[in-house]
Design a protein around this ligand. Sequence first.
Ligand SMILES: [Zn+2]
Ligand SMILES: [Zn+2]
Length: 259
Amino acid sequence: MRASSLPSPLLSILEGAARWCLDVLLPPRCPGCGTVVEAQGRMCGRCFGDMAFIVAPLCRACGFPLPHAAAGEPLCGACAREPLPLERVRSAIRYEGVGRRLILRFKHGGRTDGLGLFAEWMVEAGRPLLAESDLIVPVPLHRRRLFVRGFNQSALLARAVAARSGVPAVVDLLRKIRPTLSQQGLSAAARRENVTPAAFAVDRRRASLVVGARVLLIDDVFTTGTTLAACARVLERAGAARVEALTLARVVRDEAHPI
Ligand SMILES: [Zn+2]
Ligand SMILES: [Zn+2]
């Protein structure tokens, strides 16, 4: 008998029993430190207390936190000098401390137990952007890197955000057609030379989806915005009405973002 053909009260009893067995055998653990916690996908109080969420006031364009800004809709110095080709970017957490550890374990250790939490934070931080988006599109990985890592962390985030927000995700809309160096440790100028729009392309089979669409790009970490800017230019050339971005984390350092 297939599970879907069982009467629903029986199904929920079975599901409850399965969850109970799992909790006894594999008690839910905090994705930050491994301590046993009350429910799956929750953090312990200590790790949660150490999380650095990005809160207003923010640059109205790139979302950089501007804690000393006066009321209104401030614009940071970097955006005033050289605006990104994205109307708005928002990020949920600062890329530091527990949050950074969580992301490194997710990205390089393949630990997906924090994915539900990440998506929850991103939906919260990106609520106004999600309300005005037609499509969610992850920043792609080149197939060589995808082969080594086994998954695209941005595609996993995009799917999880789509499931929670109801905005559809098209995870294979953008393709990385040229491998690039890891951006880690490169200066802002070197990043711009490394990742140009020529590194990305819209998948021909998906091209019609972009025309006239308000696209929300998803990435794990926003450092200088070079990758997001390159993707945005490609989407705009393909006919997107507008491109914005939502990332899980943001590097908040003056050298990454001169004020
Ligand atoms: Zn913890
Ligand atoms: Zn800004």
